[in-house]
Design a protein around this ligand. Structure first.
Ligand code: PRP
Length: 216
């Protein structure tokens, strides 16, 4: 076997929802991803015969690792990018993981009615704050870590700002979309120094992925 002369590109992948689709896209683009399927509890895995070292992380940490330069690249949802801000390059919309941010509230209730300041529960306080600022509306925002739909049901908030994919979670909990905010999907992000130092490899990888995006 020929020895590799350059170190692998290190890429942080978002665990969970985006993981399977990311592996399928890389596989389609010619990178062997069997190691991801057989990973067990391992968190660092070689893919594409060792050309890439995949690191499995939570979405917010994918951004941290790429920003800090311990990973050259990352695959992460635009929802997390919008919430965390970015000190990195976003070079490709991968198209999958498509869903939308929305303001939602209990069905049939007049969310905008009344004069009291509304309370909003969300996992995405920055996105929620910017949305209400754009409407010049004063709100109180409460950060929740998950199952945000519970907050209005328990009487903690008037509404939520959350991700809606199929709409099933809202529907099954008696909530409805009041206003869509923005559509999001998975993005390929790159550390700013890596973009300079390993430009050719990164551009070649992005081109291989982009070629496979049609109909993916
Ligand atoms: C996300 C989101 C909604 C749900 C939307 O939560 O926060 O709760 O998925 O999907 P749907 O429109 O297809 O029902 P996730 O499952 O990631 O869990 P969490 O609420 O614990 O964060």
């Amino acid at each position: 076997m020929m020895e590799r002369r350059t170190k692998p590109l290190r890429m942080a992948l978002t665990k969970g929802r985006l993981e399977k689709k990311t592996a399928a896209l890389f596989e389609k683009a010619g990178f062997d991803c069997q190691s991801l399927a057989d990973k067990g509890r391992r968190l660092i895995l070689p893919i594409g015969g060792g050309e890439i070292e995949a690191v499995l992380a939570k979405a917010a940490d994918v951004i941290t690792y790429v920003e800090q330069g311990v990973c050259d690249l990352g695959v992460v949802g635009k929802d997390t990018i919008l919430e965390q801000g970015h000190q990195f390059f976003e070079i490709l919309d991968l198209g999958f993981g498509r869903c939308g941010f929305a303001l939602a509230a209990p069905k049939g209730r007049d969310f905008y009615g009344g004069y009291q300041v509304k309370t909003i529960a969300t996992k995405y306080p920055s996105v929620a704050r910017r949305f209400f600022e754009s409407k010049h509306m004063d709100v109180r925002i409460i950060k929740i870590e998950g199952s945000v739909e519970l907050a209005p049901l328990l009487g903690l908030s008037d509404g939520i700002v959350d991700i809606v994919e199929t709409g099933a979670t809202l529907k099954e909990n008696g909530l409805e979309v009041i206003e869509p905010i923005v559509q999001v999907s998975a993005r390929l992000i790159v550390n700013t120094a890596s973009m300079k130092l390993r430009k050719a490899e990164i551009e070649s990888l992005a081109a291989k992925l982009e070629k496979e995006l049609d109909g993916f």
